[in-house]
Design a protein around this ligand. Structure first.
Ligand SMILES: [Zn+2]
Ligand SMILES: [Zn+2]
Length: 318
């Protein structure tokens, strides 16, 4: 491992990219982001609480969150492994229940980030401000990144898939989010209603909706956004990379492995972010479990293993 990357003291301050259109708010992002935060705030009222809702929230953070970490990030953006199309599409439907955009846009933005990390064209560097990297960039129009040309340039492989391309054609996919939220309410309502009547049903259904969907959605958002903000600000570096990516144990814990972000920027294609024995990467173990079950192939090993394999192949040819 090489010397640590630049320290926080020589971190430059960047201004907003020139391609930002000041004052031009992306309402289709801003309204759901603010709206779901407000709906999640219902959780402060005891009427909306149930233990089942709380358990569904905790379980959901992992279940839905992994559709982002494992599928959107490692499988689709970096092609760190391959899974059957039906499973990949299933993961994407689960990811859409996180309201974190379509795979085409998500992948394009993340590849854009890797190409320009912490430089002027990075769509979400915290060198502008923490809040910009965390969530601001999603809500303000950026001429260079938020357009079809960028999506086609950075995610052509994703857009070749008809299912993913269809998701780009409208905001109809939002109905997947709405539908799953309604299902949470309906199941809760029916259980409560069959138990002690319609009022109990209304209360139980609402608790599953508020905790199991809205609070969970907000939690998964902030966990994902922390990778863009916190892990480019705080933590240690194993490698000198051309950015300020850091390994952050707190974010690694929340994201079950994505927080080893300096390791990831050093070797983005690798299925594993675990470069030291204690940098536990549960997402990688899940990919290995899928491989063990015969559901994942082409699991990309770490850079030293890939280099050794290439050397061996060259020696065999010679
Ligand atoms: Zn990064
Ligand atoms: Zn990445």
């Amino acid at each position: 491992m090489s010397a640590p990357a630049a320290t926080t003291t020589d971190r430059p301050q960047l201004s907003l990219p020139d391609t930002i259109v000041p004052g031009q708010i992306r309402w289709v992002y801003a309204v759901p982001i603010v709206g779901i935060h407000v709906l999640a705030l219902c959780a402060i009222f005891p009427w909306f609480f149930s233990w089942t809702g709380l358990i569904l929230m905790v379980f959901g953070i992992h279940f839905y969150g992994q559709a982002i970490n494992l599928c959107y990030h490692r499988l689709l953006t970096h092609r760190a492994a391959k899974v059957p199309k039906w499973l990949e599409h299933f993961f994407v439907v689960v990811a859409l229940c996180c309201m974190e955009d379509t795979p085409g846009k998500w992948v394009a933005m993340h590849r854009y980030h890797h190409k320009h990390s912490d430089h002027e064209d990075d769509p979400h560097t915290p060198l502008v401000t923490f809040l910009w990297a965390h969530m601001g960039w999603l809500m303000i129009q950026n001429r260079s990144t938020h357009n079809l040309t960028a999506y086609k340039k950075y995610a052509p492989d994703i857009l070749r898939d008809r299912f993913y391309m269809n998701l780009e054609k409208s905001y109809g996919w939002i109905w997947i989010y709405v539908g799953h939220a309604f299902l949470y309410f309906l199941v809760g309502f029916l259980i409560g209603w069959l138990g002690t009547g319609w009022y109990a049903g209304l209360q139980f259904g609402s608790s599953l909706l508020v905790w199991g969907v809205f609070v969970r959605t907000v939690a998964v958002w902030h966990i994902t956004w922390s990778v863009n903000s916190l892990t480019h600000l705080f933590g240690y570096a194993n490698y000198k990379t051309d950015d300020f990516s850091r390994n952050n144990w707190f974010v690694a814990l929340l994201t079950v492995g994505e927080g080893w972000h300096n390791n990831h920027h050093h070797d983005p294609t690798s299925a594993s972010n675990q470069h030291r024995w204690w940098e536990i990467d549960i997402t990688y173990y899940q990919i290995k479990l899928l491989e063990f079950l015969g559901l994942a192939t082409n699991v990309i090993p770490a850079k030293p293993v890939r280099q050794a394999k290439r050397r061996e192949a060259k020696e065999r040819e010679a």
